[in-house]
Write a protein that binds this ligand. Structure first.
Ligand code: F6P
Length: 344
């Protein structure tokens, strides 16, 4: 009997998801496994909204951004009878298990479904945030960094022309991976990350020193999840998403005016937002997506469920879903110290 597996992409989209879907279908074909794609993340599994994917369905998608399956932030374990409905969908469609391509929220839900409800799942880590354990890098991060560092470059030239301070807010949720990489790659003069609470007064003194020594412009990169030291600056009021996590965004709109107020330097704010998630995946994300998609099917073929595949240098490793989601992977202190060398 032909074996059958399902695949879904959940959470925020990112470049490289289609590379995973293509790799899963192509590798499954090799083992004579049929692949069924669920629409819009866990929503599609709950609603049994499924389509057969064959080699033709994944033709020409490798270089396309987004996900041909669609995605959503549906939290299956937050839905009434969510786990039961998922088990029913698997039974109705005679699926051996699911390849779940997701970030922290999607894979944390996968852990619960796998550990507490016995749903056979293999996770594939994707998120521009790069905040998952069990992998060196997550799919989508590298392309987001390319986009963000290009933005830093572009801000440099206009900042210099106008003698301004440019504050650039980047995504990344509660870790500063995108901010640190893009800031380092683009030569930012200050980078504010969630890993180190910042003192806006200190940042302003630093900018004044820099301008006092002959420079007439500065670039400040702020991660959306950056936190001011207690009592130094207010944060925006954040809503919460389906997983109960704050919907971040807007800290630069507070930081920028405060810098202008304290320094007297003309300051402008750019919130790069979802531009970081859109567009074509770069070569690194295409390769990583292909490698992890292929590895996921190899493990499904061996019946090795309840794991996440991840990058280990140029190889693929596996970890339990619990290991991958236990704690956020933060920016190592050493790397941030390297970025600091170039401040000012
Ligand atoms: O997790 C990826 C991410 O882009 C975060 O960096 C950001 O905080 C969030 O998703 C934005 O989510 P949404 O697309 O729901 O606005």
């Amino acid at each position: 009997m032909t074996r059958r597996i399902g695949i879904l992409t959940g959470g925020g989209d990112c470049p490289g998801l289609n590379a995973v879907i293509r790799a899963v279908v192509r590798r499954a074909d090799h083992f004579d496994i049929s692949v069924f794609g669920f629409r819009n993340g866990w929503r599609g599994v709950l609603d049994a909204s499924v389509e057969r994917l064959d080699r033709r369905s994944v033709q020409g998608i490798l270089n396309r951004g987004g996900t041909i399956l669609g995605t959503s932030r549906t939290n299956p374990v937050g839905e009434p009878d969510g786990a039961t409905r998922i088990a029913e969908t698997l039974e109705i469609h005679e699926l051996d298990g699911l390849v779940v391509v997701g970030g922290e929220g999607t894979l944390s839900a996968s852990r619960v479904l796998s550990e507490e409800h016995g749903v056979p799942i293999i996770g594939v880590p994707k998120t521009i945030d790069n905040d998952l354990g069990g992998t060196d890098f997550t799919i989508g991060f590298s392309t987001a960094v390319d986009v963000a560092s290009d933005a830093v470059d572009r801000l440099h030239s206009t900042a210099e022309s106008h003698n301004r301070v440019m504050v650039l807010e980047l995504m990344g949720r509660h870790v500063g991976w995108i901010a640190t990489y893009a800031g380092l790659a683009g030569g930012a003069d200050a980078i504010l990350v969630p890993e180190q609470a910042f003192d806006i007064g200190k940042v302003c003194r630093h900018l004044k020193r820099r301008h006092g020594s002959g420079r007439s412009f500065s670039i400040v990169v702020v991660a959306e999840g950056a936190v001011p030291q207690e009592g130094t600056m207010d944060l925006p009021d954040y809503d919460t998403d389906e997983f109960g996590r704050p919907v971040l965004g807007g800290i630069a709109n507070i930081t920028g005016p405060e810098i202008e107020r304290q320094t007297g330097f003309s300051t402008r704010v750019t919130v790069l937002g979802h531009v970081q998630r859109g567009g074509r995946p770069n070569a690194t994300d295409r390769v990583l997506g292909s490698a992890l998609g292929k590895a996921a099917v190899d493990h499904a073929n061996s019946g090795n469920w309840g794991i996440m595949v991840g990058q280990d240098g140029a190889s693929v490793k596996t970890s339990s879903l619990a290991e991958a989601t236990r704690e956020l992977k933060t920016v190592p202190k050493d790397l941030f110290e390297t970025a600091k060398v170039f401040f000012g």
